[in-house]
Every structure is written in structure tokens, then in C-alpha cells.
Design a protein around this ligand. Structure first.
Ligand code: BTN
Length: 322
């Protein structure tokens, strides 16, 4: 009912809509409408209520609850169920738990804050209340465990496209899936998997976006200089719209990938990547490899050609300019 009520208010933004017509169109009592209005006001909605005229939506908070996201979701199946939390250690663990409990593909877990966000290679991921985006999407693809790293590359393409659509900012992909603007990190992607022999049972696609953080709110660790959409554009981004657009972009790319394989995604990824045709240093668990990056393999691994002409295939590493 809350989703429908918000939808009605948005449809009538700029005009009043009476309590009577709301209660009729939603099939609930006027007291129920009044109670929901009260709850919306408490969660930051600015709603004008005038006797005999009804309600008028003045402003919406930059919220990411289910009803906020559903105003923008236009997907076929992803994000039709959204579970929102104010503050959690990490949306990844919650998504794993929801998946174990039988949650369907496309169920999205979002939080306004993470207190123990997880990053790649055992690192932490910093997120801030109300300004960052922390989302974990439950996927159930019919893939082998070896294929699932490709999904992070699919997601990287989807997120850069969504950012460009919503903010007009152009972002680059650094292998395998960091998203940067002018060399500073804006987005992190983490895929985790529960598998059976030969089959990835569940993939949890975790995406963290620095959306509306100010310069002071960003964590600058030794390795990564961070930035946010707000720092880069000077504008506040509507987080719910961006989440919905990420889902929309990811859905068609994911379906293309499942249907036709990685080749089309590979071209899109390479077109946005800053990790091709450069001399790079890859720190892997087996040591450091330096070489010219000549591209990625059909599996999404990075190819580095060293000074002796030997081509190294890098599956997991930290990458820097050499
Ligand atoms: C990285 O660049 O190291 C990956 C960062 C991934 C962060 C996201 S935020 C949503 C989800 N929950 C987490 O704890 N991590 C991922």
C-alpha cells in the first residue's frame, strides 16, 4: 500500500489529491491513508495536508526504500522484491541468508549504511549513512563456478552505463571491475558464490557506489583515492533512480550474456576499460608480473605480455601502472 500511495502522490505532484479519492483508489480506509501519510512524513517526505483539499507532495527524501526504488524500476524481473535495512554490517551476508531461505533471482538487498562492508581481496568497503549506495543482488544463473567471475565484468559495464545515463558522468573500468573517474575510485563490485560441484547455485552481486558523499566523508586508504558522483558533478544524485537504472542496464546485459556468451560483453567492457594497451604491474598471490596489457581472455582474465614476449594470464590481482 505504501508503494501505491507514494506512486499516487508522485503522479499528482504539484496538485492536491483528496483523502477520499486515495482511499477509494487504494481500497483502504481514510484512517489508513492518514496513518501512512504520517509515517511517510516521519521518514522525510514533505507532504502538505490541507483540510477539504487533501494531500500534496512537496518533496521526497533521497530514500532507497522499496517504494522509492519501485518508482523507477522498469525491469522484467530484477529488483521486483527489495529488502531495505537502515544499517547493517554488510548486505552481502544478508543476501546469502535470504538466498539460503529460498529468495528468488532478482531479489535486491539494500542498506543506507554498512558498518562492516566487504571489499575484494579481504579488504573493507567504507559506506556512509544516507549518501552511499550499498546493494547486493541475488542471482541464480545456470553457470559453472569458473564462469561466474565474468558476471563482475558484466556488472562493471552495467554500472558505468547507468552512471552515464543518470549523471552524464563518464567513468572508466579498471580491470577487473573497479570503476574510476579521473583515476579515483567511485564504485566497487564484489561477486560471491555458493556452489555445488560443477554448478554455481547462487551468485551474490554486491555493488557499492560513492553517490552523494562529500570530500570529507570519503575514505582515502593508501591504495585508493576515492571520489563520489557528488564530488565529480557538484550535484546530488537520486540514489533510488540510480539503483533502478543499474538493475535495468544489468538485466539486459546479463540476459545477453546468458543467451550468447561473453563475446559481446567483452567488446563493451574493453571499450570502457583503461587497462588495455598500457604497461601494468599485477600483484598476484604468486608474485608480481609486469607487462603490456594486450586484452582480456574469453573468460575475462587479463593478458600481460612481459619484456621477453611471454604472455601471462592474470586471474586475480591488484593492478597499477608500471
Ligand atoms: C571492492 O572494490 O573491493 C568491492 C567493494 C564491494 C562493496 C559492496 S557494497 C554492497 C556489498 N556489501 C558489501 O559488504 N560489499 C559489497
Amino acid at each position: 500500500m505504501r508503494n501505491k500511495l507514494v506512486q499516487k502522490l508522485v503522479e499528482h505532484q504539484g496538485t492536491f489529491i483528496s483523502g477520499e479519492s486515495l482511499s477509494q483508489s487504494l481500497g483502504v480506509s481514510r484512517t489508513a491513508v492518514w496513518k501512512q501519510m504520517d509515517a511517510l512524513k516521519k521518514s522525510g517526505y514533505q507532504i502538505d495536508s490541507v483540510p477539504k483539499k487533501g494531500y500534496q507532495l512537496i518533496a521526497r527524501p533521497n530514500g532507497i526504500q522499496e517504494h522509492d526504488i519501485h518508482l523507477y524500476v522498469q525491469t522484467k524481473r530484477l529488483g521486483h522484491t527489495v529488502t531495505y535495512y537502515d544499517s547493517v554490517p554488510t548486505t552481502q551476508t544478508l543476501a546469502h541468508e535470504w538466498a539460503e531461505g529460498g529468495a528468488k533471482e532478482g531479489h535486491l538487498i539494500v542498506a543506507d549504511e554498512q558498518t562492516g562492508g566487504r571489499g575484494r581481496l579481504g579488504r573493507n568497503w567504507h559506506s556512509t549513512f544516507g549518501t552511499s549506495i550499498s546493494m547486493s543482488l541475488i542471482l541464480r544463473p545456470k553457470l559453472s563456478p569458473q564462469q561466474t567471475p565474468q558476471l563482475t565484468l558484466v556488472a562493471a559495464v552495467a554500472v558505468t552505463r547507468a552512471i552515464e545515463k543518470v549523471t552524464q558522468l563518464k567513468a572508466d573500468i579498471k580491470w577487473p571491475n573497479d570503476i574510476l573517474i579521473k583515476g579515483k575510485k567511485l564504485v566497487g563490485i564484489l561477486t560471491e558464490m555458493q556452489s555445488e560441484p560443477g554448478l554455481a547455485k547462487v551468485v551474490i552481486l554486491g555493488i557499492g557506489i560513492n553517490a552523494n558523499q562529500s570530500e570529507d566523508e570519503l575514505s582515502h586508504d593508501e591504495r585508493n583515492q576515492a571520489t563520489s558522483l557528488k564530488v565529480e558533478s557538484g550535484l546530488e544524485t537520486n540514489r533510488a533512480q540510480l539503483i533502478a537504472t543499474v538493475l535495468e542496464e544489468f538485466e539486459w546485459l546479463y540476459d545477453t550474456y546468458l543467451e550468447k556468451g561473453f563475446s559481446e560483453i567483452k567488446l563493451l567492457w574493453e571499450a570502457r576499460s583503461i587497462s588495455i594497451g598500457k604497461k601494468l604491474k599485477a600483484q598476484t598471490i604468486n608474485g608480481t608480473v609486469t607487462g603490456m596489457s594486450t586484452g582480456i581472455t574469453a573468460e575475462g582474465a587479463l593478458l600481460l605480455e612481459d619484456d621477453e614476449g611471454i604472455v601471462h594470464t592474470i586471474y586475480s590481482a591488484d593492478i597499477d601502472q608500471a
